[in-house]
Write a protein that binds this ligand. Structure first.
Ligand code: CA
Length: 236
């Protein structure tokens, strides 16, 4: 990241929290613009196209969820990481936010270290996806220990081919295509749906268990995020 060239948008109606976030992001070398309601936040994102968006869920005017959905509907917005900021212990809100297109979340109250780590991780992921073209046919993950070859429908662990069902393959590919980002069960179902498969939350869990077992030593990379869904970790 080149300091000063990255712009963060913070949509937050509580001035103290907005200023706290601004302070810590500026320490990272980001420029920060704050909007105090949903409508202004959406306009700001449209006009500046930020490198990262921190979005409070409880906002006057448009809710954070509505802002999230509308941002995701903008052309070219898929590469903007959206980190939603939500009150603690509201798993339903977290799930709704991820399904509205958020990439990650912070629960209030958050420590500055966690805030900084999440933002840095989001920026790194975007940079890496940009450089590596992670949606290309052949993707090496976990320092090369796991290779997913979309064209040939092959998964290799430490060079050895792994037998996965079509559903397991699609599910693994979906999670692994954005390491570090949490996916809800409903998002997984929507992404893997079709091709003679009927998935439910319960069967997603069953498939994940099978994938972990078949992946052996690298299976732990498919992490459970309690009450929310699953995430493919960035490292073992
Ligand atoms: Ca709020």
């Amino acid at each position: 990241m080149t300091p000063g060239t990255h712009l963060a948008v913070v949509v937050e109606d509580e001035p103290e929290i907005a200023e706290l976030i601004r302070f810590h992001l500026e320490q990272l070398g980001l420029q920060v613009q704050v909007a105090s309601d949903g409508r202004r936040g959406l306009e700001l994102v449209k006009s500046v196209s930020p490198a990262v968006l921190l979005l409070d869920l409880m906002l006057p005017d448009l809710s954070g969820l509505q802002v999230c959905q509308r941002v995701r509907a903008l052309p070219g917005s898929a590469s903007i990481p959206i980190i939603m900021v939500t009150a603690k212990g509201t798993e339903a809100d977290i799930v709704a936010g991820l399904e509205a297109g958020a990439d990650d979340y912070l629960t209030k109250p958050f420590s500055p270290r966690v805030l900084v780590a999440r933002v840095q991780a989001a920026l790194r992921r975007v940079e890496r996806e940009h450089e590596a073209g992670i949606d290309t046919d052949r993707t090496g993950l976990l320092e090369g220990r796991l290779l997913i070859d979309l064209g040939r429908h092959v998964v290799l662990v430490d060079g050895k081919p792994i037998e996965l069902t079509i559903t397991e393959f699609q599910l693994l590919h979906y999670l692994a295509s954005r390491p570090g980002f949490v996916r809800t069960r409903d998002q997984i179902i929507a992404a893997v749906h079709g091709r003679n498969t009927i998935l439910s939350s319960r069967t997603v869990d069953v498939h994940v268990t099978a994938i972990r077992r078949k992946l052996g030593g690298v299976g732990v990379a498919v992490e459970t995020v309690r009450g929310v869904g699953y995430r493919f970790s960035e490292a073992l």
